[in-house]
Design a protein around this ligand. Sequence first.
Ligand SMILES: CC(C)(COP(=O)(O)OP(=O)(O)OC[C@H]1O[C@@H](n2cnc3c(N)ncnc32)[C@H](O)[C@@H]1OP(=O)(O)O)[C@@H](O)C(=O)NCCC(=O)NCCS
Length: 184
Amino acid sequence: MRVRPYEPRDRARLREICLATATPRVYEDAALREWILLMYNDYYTACEPKTCFVAVNDADEAVGYVICAPAYWRYRLRFLPYLLRVSRCSRNAARNWLFHQVEGSFARSYPAHLHIDLFPEYQRLGLGHQLMDALFTALRARHVRGVMLGCGKNNEKGNAFYQKYGFTRLGEMRGAVLWGFKLA
Ligand SMILES: CC(C)(COP(=O)(O)OP(=O)(O)OC[C@H]1O[C@@H](n2cnc3c(N)ncnc32)[C@H](O)[C@@H]1OP(=O)(O)O)[C@@H](O)C(=O)NCCC(=O)NCCS
């Protein structure tokens, strides 16, 4: 197994990984599934592919990813037009997105944000650390100051992972723990 930059041929696998690590309700609720994929996957692979990395198996198939928007305000400006262009449930989705952007106050110190997921059978093998290392090298090369993310308060492995990697706990909001990592 190894980590490499994202390529467009990985897109379908990344969508599978995203759904496999989301709430099981995504398989019953098409609108929720669409929203989760747009919000936590498609935007990044479509609009920020240079800061997306995949962990692959021996067949070079993606088994995990880290996907990242490196500049918070550019993300803010790009995401809504992207959503309105591609989403069928655009009005609800747009409202949802606007009301969930509460982390903006941290954007000066932590302008990038990310999502990381691995298929369950590939977790706790060190791939999360390798993905994060690859992304952070790319972000440092772009002179990005810091990165943040929100992790569900009850997501024990996620929160344990960020703590172990060296993230700082910035606070809690809307049932999520906000984590930050300074790169410079
Ligand atoms: C969170 C995640 C990305 C971490 O990647 P990983 O490859 O499993 O983590 P690594 O092997 O690099 O690091 C291992 C550390 O992560 C944490 N961790 C990973 N799996 C864990 C588990 N099942 N239970 C508790 N801690 C866990 C621990 O701190 C662990 O260190 P330890 O083994 O010494 O206790 C991965 O487990 C995952 O995809 N989880 C499901 C999706 C998810 O929660 N994504 C984050 C959403 S915010």
